[in-house]
Design a protein around this ligand. Sequence first.
Ligand code: G1P
Ligand code: ZN
Length: 545
Amino acid sequence: MDTIRTVSTQPFKDQKPGTSGLRKKVRVFQQPHYLENFVQAIVNALPEQQRRRLVLGGDGRFYNREAIQTILEILVANGVGEVLVGEEGILSTPAVSNLIRQYQADGGIVLSASHNPGGPDEDFGIKFNNASGSPAPESLTERMYQETLSINQYKRLPLPPLELKAGREYRHGNTLIRVLDSVDDYAALMTRLFDFDRLQRAIRQGKVSLTFDAMHAVTGPYARRIFHDMLELPAHLLRNVQPLPDFGAGHPDPNRVHAHELWDAMMADGAPDLGAASDGDGDRNMIMGRNIFVSPSDSLALIAEHHRCIPQFRSGLAGVARSMPTSTAIDRVAKHLKVPCYETPTGWKFFGNLLDAGKVRLCGEESFGTSGDHVREKDGVWAVLCWLSILVDTGLPVDELLLRHWHAFGRSHYCRHDYEGLDAAAADAVLQGLLAQAGSLRGTSCDSASIATVDSFTYEDPVDGSVSRNQGVRLLFDNGSRIIYRLSGTGTGSATLRVYLEQLEQRRDKLALDSIEHNRRLGQFAHQVSRIQALTGAAEPSVIT
Ligand code: G1P
Ligand code: ZN
């Protein structure tokens, strides 16, 4: 029997968590001590009494399995009481969040780089979720980061390769390792939130049909169990449900660019009523109807509008929240429902306190993220079940639901321009430049609207009072249009500048227009006033979604 080793190490200076944990290239994580340092820093940042029980799992991407073994060896050496690990080290991000809550764990470690590609030359990531199942708040990630800067040793107990089959248990040192089925508890949770009998009946009777694309990522087994085994959706309507370490060389990002297989299927004749896709770790969702794409901001607003079709929300929403760059469509629904709508910085961690305090029950981000108060992560499969429930309950097709929504509330024509591959300092100069010329920008017009406010978004958490500054530069127009600029916090290489465009449209003949087309002029305006080309060299956005 090996004994616990104390291994000498030196700090890496680049282990500051971003929007969603620490994301780096696989090769960076493979450096000796790199992963080990970060995991030890997580443990060090946790008070003794919060090392009782932890959940561990990842999205199955390249390096997942090796990392799971290493992490188990470190957690055992540190005397963590119990580790609940997913079968083969696989758990979707919402499933981890659920397990933490269900088993009253002190937290969990999620291995994922979300929608970023996987493979030996691609991305890997690790993040910590707290006892409520929420991504660690900034105060905790900052503590972890400080630990990484001063670390000089970590503990490790070398273990034989652990076979991670559901039901297995191992005892090493003072730690019990229990292997859980990746899907069971999550599927059981879904049956408590939705009316499965009704959905199954509607599918069996052909009243509603769905095609789901797992993009060769973690939701494959979840989709098979929930949509096929439980709801009896024919297997051929499930696409790419075999998880692969490199996601089939694809980009597991459910949007119109990367989920083009689903896109094409939904735009073809005879498409099912609903099309959906999820990302690498199962927290994102893309929703489509026959011949129509539902923007994530609209999806959030429609779920709020029709929340009574969803058993989970029958008792009302209490409140809702969206990230600042997400369109204001949900604000209008919240006003109609007479519930508060909170505006938070980008990143799911900012919803955690609001959900814990019962101030909100539904939240979402423009970046294909939606969820409720059943977990503390966004939840891709859950969002699909929401939409299925709405279709079954209203009996209306997706395009009709959208049209009715826009007629009632107006439409936020919304799109995002991403400028990728920028020099970080140059990208930052764009934001600083905008703030520096705030005075002269005020009053400047694009078409008939003029800029009323230029500011840098600051958020004060209404629950714990913590303040987060520099969360994006906003140009707010006098007619409600918005241009938001912020730097991505999830990249692993060069900088990405995101420019979010929103224009509210009330005129009936303009409601169904293509949003990308509709926002073209505002996008050019955003490009010019921010001097993106002069400062970064980028002549145009690299991706428009
Ligand atoms: C992106 C999204 C953000 C989301 C995050 C994690 O972060 O914009 O909404 O929470 O991924 O999925 P960003 O790269 O913009 O920092
Ligand atoms: Zn994700």
